[in-house]
Design a protein around this ligand. Structure first.
Ligand code: PTJ
Length: 248
Protein backbone atom coordinates (compact mmCIF):
# COMPACT_ATOMS: atom_id res chain seq x y z
CA UNK A 1 0.00 0.00 0.00
CA UNK A 2 1.51 3.34 -1.07
CA UNK A 3 0.71 6.16 1.38
CA UNK A 4 -0.93 9.22 -0.24
CA UNK A 5 1.64 11.54 1.30
CA UNK A 6 4.56 9.73 -0.31
CA UNK A 7 6.50 12.36 -2.32
CA UNK A 8 6.47 10.09 -5.39
CA UNK A 9 2.85 8.98 -4.92
CA UNK A 10 1.61 9.71 -8.45
CA UNK A 11 4.60 8.15 -10.14
CA UNK A 12 4.37 5.04 -7.96
CA UNK A 13 0.64 4.70 -8.59
CA UNK A 14 1.26 4.91 -12.33
CA UNK A 15 3.68 2.00 -11.97
CA UNK A 16 0.94 0.09 -10.17
CA UNK A 17 -1.35 0.58 -13.17
CA UNK A 18 1.25 -1.00 -15.45
CA UNK A 19 1.77 -3.88 -13.00
CA UNK A 20 -2.02 -4.31 -12.86
CA UNK A 21 -2.14 -4.35 -16.67
CA UNK A 22 0.42 -7.16 -16.73
CA UNK A 23 -1.56 -9.15 -14.17
CA UNK A 24 -4.71 -8.69 -16.28
CA UNK A 25 -2.83 -9.90 -19.35
CA UNK A 26 -3.31 -6.66 -21.31
CA UNK A 27 0.17 -5.11 -20.84
CA UNK A 28 3.40 -6.76 -21.95
CA UNK A 29 6.22 -7.25 -19.44
CA UNK A 30 8.30 -5.04 -21.73
CA UNK A 31 5.72 -2.36 -20.91
CA UNK A 32 7.40 -2.00 -17.52
CA UNK A 33 10.71 -1.16 -19.15
CA UNK A 34 9.04 1.36 -21.46
CA UNK A 35 7.36 2.99 -18.44
CA UNK A 36 10.71 3.19 -16.63
CA UNK A 37 12.29 4.93 -19.58
CA UNK A 38 9.34 7.30 -19.80
CA UNK A 39 9.60 8.09 -16.08
CA UNK A 40 13.25 9.04 -16.43
CA UNK A 41 12.44 11.54 -19.18
CA UNK A 42 9.43 12.80 -17.25
CA UNK A 43 11.74 13.53 -14.32
CA UNK A 44 14.03 15.48 -16.64
CA UNK A 45 11.23 17.64 -18.06
CA UNK A 46 9.95 18.39 -14.55
CA UNK A 47 6.88 16.08 -14.49
CA UNK A 48 4.62 18.78 -15.91
CA UNK A 49 2.94 19.69 -19.18
CA UNK A 50 5.29 22.35 -20.48
CA UNK A 51 4.26 25.27 -22.67
CA UNK A 52 5.55 23.53 -25.82
CA UNK A 53 3.72 20.29 -24.90
CA UNK A 54 0.49 22.24 -24.46
CA UNK A 55 1.04 23.88 -27.87
CA UNK A 56 1.50 20.44 -29.49
CA UNK A 57 -1.55 19.11 -27.63
CA UNK A 58 -3.72 21.98 -28.88
CA UNK A 59 -2.54 21.53 -32.47
CA UNK A 60 -3.10 17.77 -32.13
CA UNK A 61 -6.69 18.40 -31.01
CA UNK A 62 -7.25 20.72 -33.99
CA UNK A 63 -5.74 18.16 -36.42
CA UNK A 64 -7.95 15.40 -35.03
CA UNK A 65 -11.04 17.61 -35.40
CA UNK A 66 -10.05 18.51 -38.97
CA UNK A 67 -9.40 14.88 -39.96
CA UNK A 68 -11.67 12.97 -42.34
CA UNK A 69 -10.73 9.58 -40.89
CA UNK A 70 -8.89 9.86 -37.60
CA UNK A 71 -7.88 6.72 -35.69
CA UNK A 72 -6.35 6.31 -32.22
CA UNK A 73 -3.86 3.45 -31.99
CA UNK A 74 -3.75 1.75 -28.58
CA UNK A 75 -1.27 -0.69 -27.05
CA UNK A 76 -0.85 -2.49 -23.73
CA UNK A 77 0.54 0.50 -21.85
CA UNK A 78 -2.21 2.83 -23.06
CA UNK A 79 -4.82 0.24 -22.07
CA UNK A 80 -3.40 0.13 -18.53
CA UNK A 81 -2.69 3.84 -18.02
CA UNK A 82 -5.48 5.87 -19.62
CA UNK A 83 -8.26 3.59 -20.92
CA UNK A 84 -11.21 5.75 -19.89
CA UNK A 85 -9.53 9.01 -20.89
CA UNK A 86 -8.63 7.71 -24.36
CA UNK A 87 -12.19 6.44 -24.93
CA UNK A 88 -13.44 9.93 -24.03
CA UNK A 89 -10.96 11.55 -26.41
CA UNK A 90 -12.01 9.19 -29.20
CA UNK A 91 -15.65 10.14 -28.70
CA UNK A 92 -14.83 13.85 -28.62
CA UNK A 93 -12.93 13.87 -31.91
CA UNK A 94 -14.89 11.05 -33.53
CA UNK A 95 -11.86 8.77 -33.76
CA UNK A 96 -12.33 5.00 -33.32
CA UNK A 97 -9.69 3.07 -31.36
CA UNK A 98 -7.60 0.32 -32.93
CA UNK A 99 -5.39 -2.10 -31.00
CA UNK A 100 -1.91 -2.29 -32.47
CA UNK A 101 0.80 -4.15 -30.58
CA UNK A 102 4.54 -4.49 -30.87
CA UNK A 103 4.72 -7.69 -28.77
CA UNK A 104 1.60 -9.00 -30.43
CA UNK A 105 -0.30 -12.10 -29.40
CA UNK A 106 -3.88 -12.71 -30.48
CA UNK A 107 -4.76 -13.44 -26.86
CA UNK A 108 -3.59 -9.98 -25.75
CA UNK A 109 -5.32 -8.25 -28.70
CA UNK A 110 -8.59 -9.96 -27.74
CA UNK A 111 -8.18 -9.05 -24.06
CA UNK A 112 -7.42 -5.40 -24.83
CA UNK A 113 -10.45 -5.08 -27.12
CA UNK A 114 -12.64 -6.64 -24.37
CA UNK A 115 -11.07 -4.31 -21.77
CA UNK A 116 -11.97 -1.20 -23.80
CA UNK A 117 -15.44 -2.48 -24.64
CA UNK A 118 -16.14 -3.25 -20.98
CA UNK A 119 -15.20 0.35 -20.18
CA UNK A 120 -17.67 1.65 -22.76
CA UNK A 121 -15.73 1.91 -26.05
CA UNK A 122 -18.35 1.64 -28.78
CA UNK A 123 -16.27 2.49 -31.78
CA UNK A 124 -13.32 0.21 -32.46
CA UNK A 125 -11.61 -1.24 -35.51
CA UNK A 126 -10.95 -4.86 -34.61
CA UNK A 127 -9.74 -6.53 -37.81
CA UNK A 128 -6.15 -7.05 -38.90
CA UNK A 129 -6.72 -7.56 -42.61
CA UNK A 130 -4.15 -5.15 -44.04
CA UNK A 131 -0.40 -4.66 -43.76
CA UNK A 132 1.53 -1.40 -43.49
CA UNK A 133 4.05 -1.57 -46.34
CA UNK A 134 7.74 -1.90 -45.48
CA UNK A 135 7.38 -3.16 -41.91
CA UNK A 136 8.81 -6.53 -40.94
CA UNK A 137 7.21 -6.82 -37.52
CA UNK A 138 3.82 -7.38 -35.93
CA UNK A 139 2.94 -3.69 -35.80
CA UNK A 140 2.38 -3.91 -39.56
CA UNK A 141 -0.98 -5.66 -39.00
CA UNK A 142 -3.80 -3.13 -39.19
CA UNK A 143 -7.48 -2.84 -40.03
CA UNK A 144 -8.16 -2.15 -43.69
CA UNK A 145 -10.93 0.29 -42.71
CA UNK A 146 -8.98 1.77 -39.80
CA UNK A 147 -5.32 2.74 -39.55
CA UNK A 148 -4.68 1.55 -43.10
CA UNK A 149 -6.83 4.29 -44.64
CA UNK A 150 -6.76 6.85 -41.81
CA UNK A 151 -5.56 10.37 -42.62
CA UNK A 152 -4.61 11.24 -39.02
CA UNK A 153 -3.33 8.64 -36.54
CA UNK A 154 -2.63 9.27 -32.86
CA UNK A 155 0.13 6.90 -31.75
CA UNK A 156 0.93 7.01 -28.04
CA UNK A 157 4.16 5.19 -27.04
CA UNK A 158 5.05 4.12 -30.55
CA UNK A 159 8.11 2.56 -32.09
CA UNK A 160 10.08 4.52 -34.65
CA UNK A 161 9.70 2.06 -37.52
CA UNK A 162 5.93 2.18 -37.67
CA UNK A 163 5.85 5.91 -37.10
CA UNK A 164 8.06 6.38 -40.16
CA UNK A 165 6.06 3.85 -42.19
CA UNK A 166 2.81 5.70 -41.39
CA UNK A 167 4.37 9.05 -42.33
CA UNK A 168 5.64 7.43 -45.56
CA UNK A 169 2.02 6.41 -46.30
CA UNK A 170 1.17 10.14 -46.28
CA UNK A 171 -0.57 10.21 -42.91
CA UNK A 172 -0.41 12.89 -40.26
CA UNK A 173 1.11 11.10 -37.26
CA UNK A 174 0.62 12.52 -33.77
CA UNK A 175 2.99 10.85 -31.29
CA UNK A 176 2.99 11.01 -27.51
CA UNK A 177 6.52 10.28 -26.30
CA UNK A 178 8.40 11.62 -23.30
CA UNK A 179 11.72 11.05 -25.04
CA UNK A 180 12.27 13.93 -27.48
CA UNK A 181 15.28 12.09 -28.93
CA UNK A 182 13.45 8.89 -29.86
CA UNK A 183 13.04 7.97 -33.51
CA UNK A 184 9.27 8.23 -33.07
CA UNK A 185 9.55 11.74 -31.64
CA UNK A 186 11.88 12.75 -34.46
CA UNK A 187 9.77 11.42 -37.32
CA UNK A 188 6.19 12.19 -36.21
CA UNK A 189 4.30 15.12 -37.72
CA UNK A 190 3.33 16.36 -34.25
CA UNK A 191 5.24 15.16 -31.19
CA UNK A 192 3.74 15.62 -27.76
CA UNK A 193 6.60 15.40 -25.26
CA UNK A 194 4.44 14.77 -22.21
CA UNK A 195 3.33 11.90 -20.04
CA UNK A 196 0.38 10.10 -21.59
CA UNK A 197 -1.41 10.45 -18.25
CA UNK A 198 -1.39 14.25 -18.71
CA UNK A 199 -1.37 14.42 -22.51
CA UNK A 200 -4.61 12.55 -23.23
CA UNK A 201 -6.78 14.61 -20.81
CA UNK A 202 -5.13 17.79 -22.16
CA UNK A 203 -5.90 16.92 -25.81
CA UNK A 204 -9.48 16.10 -24.78
CA UNK A 205 -9.84 19.44 -23.01
CA UNK A 206 -8.54 21.31 -26.07
CA UNK A 207 -10.85 19.29 -28.35
CA UNK A 208 -13.80 20.35 -26.19
CA UNK A 209 -12.74 24.01 -26.39
CA UNK A 210 -12.16 23.91 -30.16
CA UNK A 211 -15.02 21.72 -31.33
CA UNK A 212 -17.33 24.56 -32.38
CA UNK A 213 -14.72 26.48 -34.38
CA UNK A 214 -15.04 26.76 -38.15
CA UNK A 215 -12.73 24.64 -40.29
CA UNK A 216 -10.82 27.77 -41.36
CA UNK A 217 -10.23 28.77 -37.75
CA UNK A 218 -8.86 25.31 -36.94
CA UNK A 219 -6.62 25.48 -40.01
CA UNK A 220 -5.35 28.87 -38.84
CA UNK A 221 -4.48 27.36 -35.46
CA UNK A 222 -2.48 24.54 -37.05
CA UNK A 223 -0.71 26.86 -39.51
CA UNK A 224 2.94 27.53 -38.76
CA UNK A 225 3.30 24.60 -36.35
CA UNK A 226 6.96 23.60 -36.32
CA UNK A 227 7.66 20.18 -34.82
CA UNK A 228 11.44 20.62 -34.92
CA UNK A 229 11.09 23.73 -32.80
CA UNK A 230 8.88 21.85 -30.30
CA UNK A 231 11.51 19.11 -30.02
CA UNK A 232 14.35 21.56 -29.55
CA UNK A 233 12.36 23.33 -26.83
CA UNK A 234 11.96 19.97 -25.07
CA UNK A 235 15.70 19.35 -25.20
CA UNK A 236 16.35 22.91 -23.95
CA UNK A 237 13.97 22.29 -21.04
CA UNK A 238 15.90 19.16 -20.06
CA UNK A 239 19.21 21.07 -20.28
CA UNK A 240 17.80 23.91 -18.19
CA UNK A 241 16.50 21.52 -15.53
CA UNK A 242 19.79 19.68 -15.37
CA UNK A 243 21.78 22.92 -15.09
CA UNK A 244 19.57 24.21 -12.29
CA UNK A 245 20.38 21.07 -10.29
CA UNK A 246 24.14 21.31 -10.55
CA UNK A 247 25.49 21.92 -7.05
CA UNK A 248 28.42 24.31 -6.85
O1 PTJ B 1 1.74 -3.33 -25.86
P1 PTJ B 1 2.83 -3.44 -26.89
O2 PTJ B 1 3.21 -4.85 -27.18
O3 PTJ B 1 2.49 -2.72 -28.17
O4 PTJ B 1 4.13 -2.72 -26.30
C1 PTJ B 1 4.08 -1.38 -25.92
C2 PTJ B 1 5.50 -0.86 -25.58
C3 PTJ B 1 5.33 0.54 -25.02
C4 PTJ B 1 6.11 -1.78 -24.53
C5 PTJ B 1 6.34 -0.89 -26.86
O5 PTJ B 1 5.75 -0.07 -27.82
C6 PTJ B 1 7.76 -0.46 -26.61
O6 PTJ B 1 8.65 -1.26 -26.35
O7 PTJ B 1 7.94 0.84 -26.65
P2 PTJ B 1 9.39 1.56 -26.53
O8 PTJ B 1 10.18 1.29 -27.78
O9 PTJ B 1 10.02 1.23 -25.22
O10 PTJ B 1 9.03 3.06 -26.59
C7 PTJ B 1 8.19 3.64 -25.68
C8 PTJ B 1 8.46 5.15 -25.73
O11 PTJ B 1 7.42 5.73 -24.98
C9 PTJ B 1 9.79 5.54 -25.07
O12 PTJ B 1 10.43 6.56 -25.82
C10 PTJ B 1 9.38 6.09 -23.72
O13 PTJ B 1 10.19 7.18 -23.30
C11 PTJ B 1 7.96 6.59 -23.98
N1 PTJ B 1 7.09 6.47 -22.80
C12 PTJ B 1 7.06 5.47 -21.89
N2 PTJ B 1 6.12 5.70 -20.97
C13 PTJ B 1 5.51 6.85 -21.32
C14 PTJ B 1 6.13 7.34 -22.51
N3 PTJ B 1 5.72 8.47 -23.10
C15 PTJ B 1 4.69 9.12 -22.55
N4 PTJ B 1 4.05 8.71 -21.42
C16 PTJ B 1 4.44 7.59 -20.78
N5 PTJ B 1 3.81 7.20 -19.66
Amino acid sequence: MIPKNHPRYESLMTRELIVGGIKQGITSTQGLIAQGRGEAFDYLIGEKSTEYALRAEKVAAAKLLLAQKPVISVNGNVAALVPVEIIRLGERVNAPLEVNLFHRTQERVTKIIAHFQALGARNMFTKSDALIPGLGHERAKVDNNGIFIADVVLVPLEDGDRCKALVDMGKTVIAIDLNPLSRTAQCATITIVDNITRAVPNISKFAQELKDLEKEELQELVKGYDNKQILSQAVDEIKKNLESHILI
